[in-house]
Design a protein around this ligand. Structure first.
Ligand SMILES: [Mn+2]
Length: 424
């Protein structure tokens, strides 16, 4: 018996790619994992179909998929885990769906099992269509919260490794499933992890475990391109929620980061905001040894074009020789001229043809009433803005009860959006 074949493949199915899709060779079977370690590649937040300002990123996304496939082959990867936000939107553009379809075929052709979860940008229901059938090709789409405690089990020479896919858990939508009242992210993720630990306890001693989750874990550093998931004034969950498993493959935050040896974000493979200008976009190549010890290596992703943020008066930006290295970059320019210069975009583009974002931030005293409204609101939550509004019109800010009313209202709007998406 092949020790590493996902159980679905043992059911006697022989799968062939149909004409026009994939290589025409039979899928798999997955090759046996004979090395002493389980080596998997952790990535997330592909956001297929997302543009970067006015640049269509599909070409860069396709290049990343090619890089992923090459890495799996060259580094002899045993499994791939994708921790959510496969797509950028619930209803992605056709070209993004076609790219995903291509990715599925190429991953299946590799014969390397893949586990994917839905993120907060994905429609779990839409992404999950066909999951049973796709699973037979070794690509395991986990989009159903009710299946949190049912792992994809792979094996190496040392025994089983259980991969638990926890899709993004929108508290308002899943609190019934997990039987928690007034659910926040910590409560629902905690309940899902209880199911994981309960399942793991029933498995043979020495079974190693990997959890995929899409969440904002405390200590993580956000950027400007993640959609806010605040509920009840709280967006983040403590890393302790994931206690008891060997590795946690996180998605949601777009910067690669290590919260603990065993709890990591891969980050997005591409930048989706200028706040990511300093990011190094990577995946984690993780080795899980016989005892569940983790060794992780960062694998760089292709860079379609570097990012640069430059700042100063327009004439200086056009003349400064130190900026020559940014002439081919995607540029965000912040102009500090006290008087807005004429035709600034065209003049900047003459030197920096890939200027995508222009910000005006005149050098003035911070208490100047002309300092822009957007600048005063930048970085503040809806809750803070609403509380300031109350203070502004009434003269006194909201008390504790009033703050709770505001919080419930924001939560209700977010939950309503999520419910309507499911009903659509
Ligand atoms: Mn994301």
């Amino acid at each position: 018996m092949l020790p590493c074949v996902p159980y679905e493949l043992l059911a006697g199915y022989v799968l062939y790619a149909v004409d026009g899709c994939g290589s025409g060779r039979p899928y798999g079977p997955a090759r046996p994992i004979v090395s002493g370690i389980m080596r998997f590649l952790h990535t997330s937040d592909w956001h297929l179909g997302r543009a970067f300002h006015r640049v269509n990123m599909l070409g860069a996304q396709a290049e990343f998929i090619g890089h992923l496939v090459t890495t799996v082959r060259e580094r002899e990867v045993d499994a791939v885990v994708v921790a959510g936000d496969v797509y950028d939107r619930a209803v992605p553009p056709l070209a993004a769906v076609e790219l995903f379809d291509d990715a599925l075929h190429r991953l299946a052709d590799l014969g390397v099992p893949t586990v994917m979860i839905s993120g907060n940008h994905d429609s779990a229901r839409r992404l999950g269509v066909g999951a049973g059938l796709i699973g037979r090709a070794g690509i395991h789409l986990r989009t159903d919260p009710a299946a949190c405690g049912t792992p994809v089990v792979l094996a190496d020479a040392h025994g089983d490794v259980a991969f638990y896919g926890l899709p993004y858990l929108e508290p308002a939508l899943v609190k019934g499933e997990f039987g928690v009242e007034r659910a926040g992210h910590e409560a629902v993720l905690g309940a899902a992890m209880d199911r994981v630990r309960a399942d793991l306890a029933e498995r043979p001693a020495g079974t190693r475990s990997v959890v995929l989750a899409h969440a904002f874990v405390t200590g993580g550093e956000p950027s400007d391109s993640e959609r806010d998931i605040t509920v009840g004034g709280v967006a983040s969950v403590p890393a302790g929620v994931f206690a008891g498993v060997d590795y946690v493959a996180l998605g949601h935050l777009h910067g690669c980061q290590t919260l603990t040896e065993r709890v990591r974000y891969s980050g997005s493979p591409l930048p989706y905001s200028f706040s990511e200008a300093e990011h190094r976009k990577t995946m984690w190549l993780v080795d899980l040894d016989a005892g569940g010890a983790v060794t992780a290596e960062r694998i760089d992703c292709p860079v379609p074009r570097p990012l640069a943020r430059i700042r100063g008066p327009l004439e200086e930006l056009l003349a400064d020789e130190g900026l020559t290295r940014y002439e081919e970059a995607w540029v965000e320019a912040t102009l500090t001229d006290t008087v807005r210069p004429a035709d600034p975009m065209a003049r900047l583009a003459a030197r920096f043809p890939h200027t995508l974002s222009l910000v005006f931030q005149p050098d003035r005293a911070p208490d100047d009433p002309d300092v822009s409204y957007a600048r005063r609101l930048a970085g503040r939550s809806d809750q803070e803005i609403a509380e300031d509004f109350v203070a502004h019109v009434r003269g006194a800010g909201p008390n504790g009860r009033e703050q709770a009313v505001l919080r419930d209202a924001f939560d209700a709007v977010r939950a309503d959006e999520a419910v309507r998406e499911v009903a659509r």
